[in-house]
Ligand binder design. Structure first.
Ligand code: UDP
Length: 312
């Protein structure tokens, strides 16, 4: 049995990860400040004697003896991370330092939840890990993009300087149950809008693309990455390479729900990437043939059912 710390454990991805790690027979310490996470996501785990919930902000040092750390704490929806950009940078950068210091002193293995946003508005398509990205350092997304890029730098340098055992995964657009209805990201927005018979809001003309990964596929990839040999540090892309335009996504959500919602076109947000698709060759090779299993339609149906139950 391993003792595992998950920062951001009450968030969308963190809550799925905590549940999976518990099911695998581990002891899980879930740390969250509930800024974009929710107790509702982990309430069903609270009676499990192997689960410990701690209300804490990663920007403050934290001390505990653990075998592994998954550092997920940070708002990830553009709407939310742009609300308080300085706090987003602090969470990424100071949070990473605090967790890396903890890993250093306790000899724990540590994984950083990095992001496809390190590639910015990519000029290389699909994006391999070797691509350095196209990020506007002073744009509205920079608090998240540069915060996460700095965290990656901290991870590789703690590895070099202090021999900390690190793993970096770059997570591409992920969706599924436990996203908050007001999360602000496209999948939850569209589903909540159609379930409320409201118009679907497409930003721009909907020709921009994303590649959507179901959360279970991501969790499987992250756990496999944590279990790789010490010399595998990453970064490794974890995402689903099936690419869709935002207009196609809207049409699929309408079709799957049988909704009569109309589509409304809104202004295209500043610095919004026009295309995104992971090259997952490296993940396939390093993570024992890992590749996403859940097709978009199947994952969307699960997510629609989740929001239907939530909104009853
Ligand atoms: N988007 C949209 N309508 C919405 C929310 C998002 O058209 O209600 C678009 C957004 O402009 C972007 C894409 O959907 O091009 C994905 O946005 P999201 O916020 O989910 O994540 P991102 O990949 O941009 O971080």
């Amino acid at each position: 049995m391993k003792k595992i710390l998950v920062t951001g454990g009450a968030g969308f991805i963190g809550s799925h990860l905590c549940e999976r790690l518990l099911n695998d027979g581990n002891e899980v310490i879930c740390l969250d400040n509930y800024s974009s996470g929710s107790k509702d996501n982990i309430i069903h785990l609270i009676d499990n004697p192997c689960f410990v919930l701690v209300h804490h902000d990663v920007t403050m040092p934290f001390s505990i003896d653990v075998d592994e750390i998954y550092n997920l704490a940070c708002p990830a929806s553009p709407v939310q991370y742009q609300c308080n950009p300085v706090s987003t940078i602090r969470t990424s950068v100071i949070g990473a330092i605090n967790m890396l210091e903890l890993a250093k002193t306790t000899n724990a293995k540590i994984m950083q939840a990095s992001t496809s946003e390190v590639y910015g508005d990519p000029e290389v398509h699909p994006q391999p890990e070797t691509y350095w990205g196209n990020v506007n350092p002073i744009g509205v997304r920079s608090c998240y993009d540069e915060g996460k890029r700095c965290a990656e730098s901290l991870f590789v340098n703690y590895h070099k300087q202090n021999n900390v055992d690190i793993k970096i995964v770059r997570i591409f657009n992920t969706y599924g149950p436990n996203m908050l209805p007001n999360d602000g990201r496209v999948v939850s927005n569209f589903i909540v809008q159609v379930l409320q018979d409201k118009p679907i809001t497409i930003y721009g003309d909907g020709s921009q693309t994303r590649s959507f990964q179901y959360v279970d596929d991501l969790v499987e990839g992250m756990i496999r990455m944590m279990n790789t040999p010490d010399d595998v540090t990453g970064p490794v892309n974890i995402g689903n390479p099936n690419e869709f335009s935002i207009l196609e996504l809207a049409q699929m959500v309408i079709e799957l729900t049988g909704s009569k919602s109309k589509i409304e076109f809104r202004e295209f947000p500043e610095d919004d990437p026009m295309q995104r698709k992971p090259d997952i060759t490296m993940a396939f090779e390093l993570l024992n043939g890992w590749q996403p299993k859940v097709q978009l339609k199947e994952g969307l149906l699960n997510t629609i059912n989740y929001f239907r139950r939530l909104m009853l």
